[in-house]
Design a protein around this ligand. Structure first.
Ligand code: 6PG
Length: 239
């Protein structure tokens, strides 16, 4: 599907637009398939979106929450993506604990944690070996370096094509992350990007030609919908 790029006045505008897109897709997914699956991103931009979702009256028992990536810390750690989403949203609503599919970062070996989460997704989605699930919505951000999820430039994770989950590497720090093919199987990928510091990477990501090893967000070419919600300060000419 063609990339949809929208420029909103500010983060509040991004949140409002993203909320609307998510609610529409949740309603449709629940009507068509009886449930709605969403993978959350970390960082700072999505926090107000999670707070806004928590204010909605939704059939929480029909909503399945995943994370597109996780820092290799316990959920109580200030850097934890799981911890941030629980505080901003999940602890505020009556969503069943079984519907929250956090990436378990307790194993000593991050590769074992990636295997565990891969097996968990295969169970949740009843997948045959090698099969990729189509999540309804995958939320993403980008770093100044053009990374997305925990797919960082010039790392081995970028080349993993036959798995759902792999180990990311940020300057030697391990992460657990969705692979690019798992993200690309989503029905809808929604990038939220705010801040002038993202403009150089965004220009390289949007350029007709470019190097995905240097700008990993270029790997995200989903079969489904691809939305880029930018604030004014992040917006760049779209070729
Ligand atoms: C993470 C995120 C990461 C994030 C970008 C943008 O774990 O940090 O998943 O990919 O989306 O770094 O972060 P900001 O929204 O804070 O700019």
């Amino acid at each position: 599907m063609k990339r949809q790029v929208e420029v909103l006045p500010d983060v509040a505008g991004i949140v409002e637009r993203a909320l609307g897109l998510i609610l529409e897709r949740a309603e449709a997914a629940i009507a068509q398939r009886g449930s709605f699956s969403i993978a959350l991103s970390g960082g700072s931009t999505p926090k107000p979106l999670y707070e806004a979702i928590a204010q909605q009256s939704l059939p929480w028992d029909k909503i399945q929450v995943f994370w597109g990536d996780e820092r290799y810390v316990p959920p109580t750690h200030p850097d934890s993506n799981e911890g941030m989403a629980r505080r901003a949203w999940l602890d505020q609503v009556p969503i069943p604990a079984a519907n929250i599919h956090a990436m378990d970062t307790s194993p000593a070996d991050p590769a074992a944690a990636a295997d565990l989460h891969e097996q968990h997704l295969q169970q949740v989605f009843q997948l045959a070996p090698g099969e990729f699930p189509a999540l309804d919505v995958v939320l993403l951000g980008i770093g100044d370096d053009g990374h997305t999820a925990s797919l960082f430039p010039h790392t081995a994770a970028l080349n993993v094509g036959d798995r759902l989950i792999t180990v990311g590497n940020k300057d030697g720090q391990p992460r657990i992350t969705f692979t690019a093919p798992l993200i690309n199987h989503a029905r809808c990928v929604l990038f939220l990007v705010a801040g002038a510091n993202k403009r150089p990477a965004l220009s390289a990501i949007f350029a007709p030609q470019g190097d995905a090893d240097t700008y990993p967000a270029r790997l995200i070419q989903p079969n489904g919908e691809l939305w880029w919600l930018l604030d004014q300060t992040a917006s760049v000419p779209v070729p």
